[in-house]
Write a protein that binds this ligand. Structure first.
Ligand code: SF4
Length: 235
C-alpha cells in the first residue's frame, strides 16, 4: 500500500468493513470514507445517472469530493452540457484528465478511427492511462459502479483493495439496482443525461455508444458487436 494513511488499513480491515457496509446506507459509506482518506481521495464520473446520485448524496451531506472526468475527446456534446449543469448545481471541483495525445495526434500516429479497429488500444490511450495518472497521487477512489451492471462488476465490494492502482476503491452503490438509481433520480428531481430519453441506457464516447432496444442489457450499446463490455478502467 502507499506510504500514507492506507498503512493504517490492512486488507483484513477492508474485508471487515466491506461486510459491515453491506447493510449500511450510501451516507454511512461516504461519511466514513471521505474523512478517512481526504485529501487523497476523489471520485470518477462521466456523469451517468449513478455518478449524479453520488454527487447528490455528497452535496446533501456537505462533503466535498473532487470529481475526476476522463475527457477522451469523444464525448457527446450533451455530456458537456450536463457537466456544466452539475458544476452549477453542486459546486463541483472537476479535475479534467486528458490523454497524452489529442484525437488528431492519435489519428496521425495510429490512423483514423482507431476505436473501430482496436478499441482496447483507443481506450488504453484515452481512458486507462489518463486514469492511472489521475489516481497516482491518491489513496482512495470512489466509483459509481453497481453489481448488476455487468458480470465484470458482479463481485465488487463496497470497500476493496485495488491492486492495479494500489489504493482503496470504494463502491457505495454496489448493492443498488438500476431501478434504485432511477427511483432516486426521479424522486429527487436530479439532472440526468438527455440521451437517456433518446434510447441510450449507458453513455460513454459517441463512437462506441449505441441505442439499445427494449429488453436488451443496459450496457449492450457499448462497443456493440465488438465483444467488449468494459473500457478497462474498472478491470
Ligand atoms: S470508448 Fe471508444 S472512443 Fe472512447 S476511448 Fe474507448 S474506444 Fe476510444
Amino acid at each position: 500500500m502507499n506510504a500514507t494513511k492506507t498503512n493504517t488499513l490492512i486488507e483484513s480491515d477492508l474485508q471487515y468493513l466491506a461486510t459491515q457496509f453491506e447493510t449500511k446506507s450510501i451516507e454511512d459509506v461516504l461519511v466514513w470514507a471521505v474523512p478517512q482518506f481526504a485529501p487523497r481521495i476523489a471520485m470518477t464520473s462521466s456523469f451517468g445517472a449513478e455518478g449524479v446520485v453520488l454527487m447528490d448524496h455528497l452535496y446533501k451531506l456537505g462533503i466535498k469530493l473532487p470529481v475526476i472526468y476522463l475527457d477522451t475527446g469523444y464525448h457527446f456534446a450533451a455530456t458537456d452540457e450536463l457537466k456544466q449543469k452539475l458544476e452549477d448545481r453542486y459546486g463541483l471541483e472537476i479535475i479534467v484528465q486528458q490523454a497524452e495525445i489529442s484525437v488528431e495526434e492519435q489519428a496521425r500516429i495510429h490512423g483514423d478511427n482507431l476505436y473501430e479497429r482496436d478499441a482496447d488500444a483507443c481506450c488504453r490511450i484515452r481512458k486507462v492511462e489518463p486514469l492511472k495518472k489521475a489516481l497516482g497521487s491518491l489513496d482512495a477512489w470512489v466509483a459509481a459502479l453497481r453489481r448488476d451492471q455487468s458480470p465484470t462488476r458482479a463481485n465488487i465490494q463496497i470497500v476493496e483493495w485495488n491492486a492495479k492502482h494500489e489504493l482503496v476503491k470504494i463502491n457505495p452503490l454496489a448493492t443498488w439496482t438500476r431501478k434504485d438509481v432511477w427511483n432516486y433520480t426521479v424522486k429527487n428531481d436530479l439532472p440526468y443525461h438527455r440521451l437517456y430519453d433518446e434510447g441510450y441506457s449507458s453513455i460513454g464516447c459517441w463512437p462506441c455508444t449505441k441505442r439499445v432496444k427494449s429488453g436488451e442489457h443496459e450496457r449492450s450499446g457499448r462497443w456493440a458487436g465488438q465483444g467488449k463490455i468494459e473500457c478497462g478502467i474498472h478491470l
